[in-house]
Design a protein around this ligand. Structure first.
Ligand SMILES: [Zn+2]
Length: 282
């Protein structure tokens, strides 16, 4: 309750007992931690903000002209991905959809071409990857109860090419519209978006800034926690959380009630209620 009160000091929305969104609350917590981290760092340069060291990662958006191939890039720091759900799909499917190449209308300054492709990839990977599932539609205030197959492990690909020397020559890649991920929704995708995009910790990096060379390849992430929303729409419901403990044990946390559970039970019982997923890098 003290933590909640602290967050309510930053954002009045979280005052009292009104219904709120767990994803928005977490975003506010992380923003608060980051702010405090900056203050602490001024007093002690050895202090490392856990949001920076554990959760932050860089995405790179690349737009290429379909006519002449000229590319422009934009980097973005974030602490989570908001994923659309794929009907009958898995978490990995939702991730793949997020990183699918899409087509955008954009007038190329080099050749006047009208169509560009837009693709997005991980430039750096976090220690803990937070995935937010777009179960709530901000327009209809309805919730998708569709099951999502939760995987205990994810393979996360990192970009493989080193393009450090070729940046900053062309205009910035337009930011994808809030809630769209990197691509427009395919017909098979269950629509839905959180209204909290604006509160995400994102920060655009200037094109052409010096960057570390990124080794390509993929990393394995293991499921460590599932946050579930039990309820039928945005106005009502209850949050519970299941967390992995050491030694393969799992705990189910429901307000003040803490009970043992198993990974199998979590995967089975939370498929339709899972709202946020936490994966840790192996
Ligand atoms: Zn062009």
């Amino acid at each position: 309750m003290e933590l909640k009160d602290c967050i309510a000091l930053r954002n009045q929305e979280f005052k009292g007992n009104s219904q709120n969104d767990a994803h928005e609350f977490l975003s506010e917590c992380l923003l608060g931690l980051k702010d405090i981290g900056h203050t602490l760092q001024m007093g002690d340069v050895s202090y490392q903000c856990p949001v920076d060291t554990l959760l932050s990662f860089q995405l790179q958006h690349i737009r290429s002209c379909r006519s002449c191939g000229v590319e422009s890039r934009r980097e973005e720091i974030s602490t989570y991905l908001s994923l659309q759900m794929v009907a009958q799909g898995t978490v990995q499917n939702s991730l793949e959809l997020y990183f699918n190449e899409s087509e955008v209308e954009y007038r190329c300054e080099q050749c006047g071409g009208q169509v560009s492709s837009l693709r997005c990839s991980f430039y750096t990977l976090p220690q803990v990857l937070i995935l937010h599932l777009k179960r709530f539609c901000p327009f209809t205030l309805t919730k998708s109860m569709a099951p999502l197959q939760l995987e205990t492990e994810l393979q996360i690909k990192q970009r493989t090419e080193d393009i450090a020397g070729r940046c900053g020559e062309s205009p910035q890649v337009p930011a994808p519209s809030a809630g769209s991920g990197c691509c427009p929704a395919a017909p098979s995708v269950l629509e839905g978006a959180s209204s909290s995009e604006a509160s995400s910790i994102t920060q655009e990096l200037e094109a052409g800034t010096e960057r570390e060379k990124v080794e390509g390849g993929s990393s394995t992430y293991s499921l460590m926690s599932v946050l579930s929303h039990i309820g039928t729409n945005t106005d009502c419901g209850h949050y519970t959380s299941d967390c992995a403990e050491e030694g393969g044990l799992w705990l189910s946390l429901n307000d003040e009630e803490v009970s043992p559970t198993t990974q199998e039970a979590v995967l089975r019982e939370r498929a339709s209620t899972a709202y946020m997923l936490f994966y840790t890098r192996k």
